[in-house]
Design a protein around this ligand. Structure first.
Ligand code: GLC
Ligand code: GLC
Length: 660
């Protein structure tokens, strides 16, 4: 290798790597790569590029790995293995993805654009298989999507597989939906259509029939160390004292007895989902390798599943521990080297203070916004936006180069994860309020419009979450049954109100497909024994393509919802004020109203929304000062608004006001 360039590299190491231990580790590791470049026929220029990236991220990566594994006697061996895994991942990366990597390094804020609008779907339920899905790209384009999340589609165990979250092989696609090559073809087509691909990285657990788990079951000690396996109840009982139960109706506690091994296995979720043990650096390396394989199929954004649970420590609740963050940061720095165009999305459905701790450009650049989701539903039930406002005022802002993923419904349940102190500050007693919300959304509260179904009711502490589609929770199912045009009208308005907020508040909006035309609950899931025990299937209906015929039809409810949401999406994408996250609340008199100013690169839009079925007035002076103008256009209706008299918002009405 050219000595000059090697000198340049060594210079970079000396000047770019601050930690002296990190520097000497790299000084030992880099020369050993020379033979790899030669055997693999890597050009000088390519080798320099990747080595420069290694240098650039080495302090971080080394520091995280020392934090996690530095006390292990064979640390240096693992460090070297991890570096090799990164380089192999980079080496296998297809050329077009490497070009995207370059573009994104030069435009690091690409995921904060107003042009991003997401959709999520199950391939089998939406279009049977990946081949058919490729034919649906025009549908996504018509709706205006630029981001598509395919729910887990990897090979799964037979029978119940938790909606794809019990993976038996990360390198092959469930044969019922296609092959890895089909996935790559779809990724190519999506890229061509300007639509980002999002997949899951289910890394807290594997299925009980993954190769590693099978090896563990057959007594291979090497692989038993991949999981948490105990001969008797002694240690599990000690852990159990401080653990929460996530799926209490599946099984009490967090451990499952395995008959074959005659041992207990840690299973936070279903009994067939075995938690991985990241105290073992080999697990980190092995999962890194799986992750880079998935990334290289053409993924732009990777959804990190169940991040809260990935590190366990006796005596704690084993959620959101500091090492969980270090672990994700370590994965992130590997990605910055091997696949720098890839961005993470955190799935932490936990207390809002814990949700934000995953969000950083060094950890997860994007995150689900479960608090906003829950509080939009809360405001809809109470017709009062005070808790939503309190939360938006204090919790919307995020660190630089990060953003929210906002959603109304996803494939999971709704949990009331707001902060009790936030609630108390606006005069709400949290425990009783959650009971009320559960009663309201299961339709048991007098006057409720919602038709939700309980999920994971825990009789010991009264905890419960809610399943149901957007439309059923917003009143459409009840209205259709009551054959009431008035109720239907209100339900449609609620659906559009929530969408208007999700699309404007700041962050990437994410539609669970079916929502865009008002899919109702599907109670038929109980007929499938693999689904019957999990009410989340009520809001994962099969796509009814025959409904599409109605979507252009003005008179139909589905057509109206679809065309309204499509219009909102189109406006969002043309309105630069909706980029970024900058959002300032307006102080409005009525407790039923919500108002905020969105601002981005000198563009401003005022959003006002009425969360109740009675008209509300807004003092136009507020608009004049907030919007710095006297005349506004509602971008949605096209109507002109003057500030010479108060503005009236009808039942559940919203406006996106732009100065004219
Ligand atoms: C995530 C998924 C959920 C699944 C769980 C276990 O939270 O969203 O559907 O049940 O992880 O993988
Ligand atoms: C819990 C977990 C979350 C998961 C959900 C599934 O809320 O925190 O990760 O998605 O359960 O219901």
């Amino acid at each position: 290798m050219n000595a000059m360039l090697t000198n340049a590299l060594m210079h970079a190491v000396r000047n770019g790597v601050k930690d002296s231990r990190a520097q000497s580790a790299l000084n030992r590791l880099l020369p050993k790569l020379e033979s790899f470049w030669e055997v693999e026929n890597v050009s000088q220029q390519e080798a320099d590029e990747i080595q420069m990236r290694i240098v650039q991220h080495w302090d971080d990566l080394f520091g995280y790995l020392v934090h996690l594994y530095g006390d292990q006697w064979d640390f240096f061996y693992h460090l070297e293995q991890i570096l090799h895994t990164i380089i192999r991942g980079w080496r296998m990366r297809p050329e077009p993805l490497k070009q995207d990597d370059e573009n994104r390094i030069n435009n690091p804020e690409w995921y904060q654009s107003e042009k991003l609008v997401g959709g999520a779907l199950y391939v089998d339920l939406f279009s049977e298989n990946l081949g058919e899905l490729r034919k649906q790209i025009p549908y996504f384009q018509d709706l205006g999507l630029s981001y598509l999340h395919l729910m887990p589609l990897f090979a799964v165990r037979p029978g119940n597989n938790d909606g794809g979250y019990a993976i038996s092989n990360y390198r092959s696609v469930d044969p019922r939906v296609g092959t890895i090559d089909d996935l790559r073809l779809l990724a190519d087509d999506l890229r061509e259509a300007g639509i980002l691909l999002v997949l899951d990285f289910v890394f807290n657990h594997t299925a009980d029939d993954h190769y590693w788990a099978q090896q563990a079951q057959s007594g291979n000690e090497e692989y038993q160390k991949y999981y948490f396996i105990f001969p008797d109840r002694e240690v599990p009982d000690q852990y159990e004292r401080t653990l929460r139960e996530i799926f209490p109706t599946v099984r009490r506690g967090n451990f499952t007895w395995h008959d074959g091994m005659q041992q207990w296995v840690w299973t936070t979720f279903n009994s067939f989902q075995w938690d991985l043990n990241y105290r073992n650096p080999e697990v980190f390396r092995a999962m890194l390798s799986e992750m880079l394989f998935i990334a290289n199929t053409g993924v732009d954004l990777l959804r990190l599943d169940a991040v809260a649970f990935i590190w366990k420590q006796m005596g704690t609740n084993c959620e959101n521990l500091p090492e969980a963050h270090t672990l994700i940061r370590a994965f992130n720095s590997c990605v910055r080297i091997a696949a720098p165009g890839l961005v993470f999305k955190s799935e932490a459905i936990v207390h809002p203070d814990d949700v934000v701790r995953y969000i950083s450009h060094k950890e997860c650049q994007t995150s689900y916004n479960p608090t906003l989701m829950a509080l939009m539903w809360e405001s809809l039930a109470t017709r009062d936006t005070k808790l939503l406002r309190r939360s938006l005022a204090r919790r919307h802002k995020l660190p630089e180069r990060t953003t929210w993923v906002n959603y109304l419904r996803c494939h999971d349940d709704i949990g009331w994860t707001f902060d009790d102190a936030d609630a108390a500050a606006v005069g709400i007693e949290a425990f009783g309020h959650r009971q009320f919300l559960n009663a309201f959304y299961t339709g048991q509260f007098e006057g409720s419009f919602a038709r939700g179904v309980p999920f994971q009711h825990n009789p010991d502490n009264g905890d419960m979450r809610i399943s149901g589609t957007l439309a059923s929770l917003a009143g459409l199912e009840q209205a259709i049954e009551a054959e009431s045009d008035d109720l239907k009208e209100l339900a449609i308005r609620r659906i559009l109100l929530l969408n208007a907020m999700m699309l404007s508040v700041g962050g990437i909006p994410l539609v669970y497909l079916g929502e865009e035309w008002g899919a109702l609950n599907d109670y038929d899931f109980v007929k499938d024994p693999a689904k019957a025990g999990d009410t989340r299937w009520v809001h994962r209906p099969k796509m009814q393509w025959k409904f599409l015929d109605e979507l252009g039809d003005d008179g139909s409810i589905r057509g109206r919802i679809y065309r309204s949401i499509r219009k909102l999406i189109a406006i969002r994408k043309m309105t630069p004020a909706f980029g970024g996250l900058d959002m300032e609340l307006l102080v409005l008199e009525s407790p039923h109203l919500l108002g905020y100013v969105r601002q981005h690169e000198g563009n401003r839009v005022i959003v006002v929304a009425n969360f109740c079925e009675h008209s509300q007035e807004i003092d136009s002076n507020r608009l004049r000062t907030a919007g710095m103008g006297r005349f506004f256009e509602d971008l949605y209706s096209g109507q002109t608004i003057t500030t010479s008299h108060p503005l009236t918002l009808g039942p559940y009405e919203f406006m996106w006001l732009h100065r004219v």
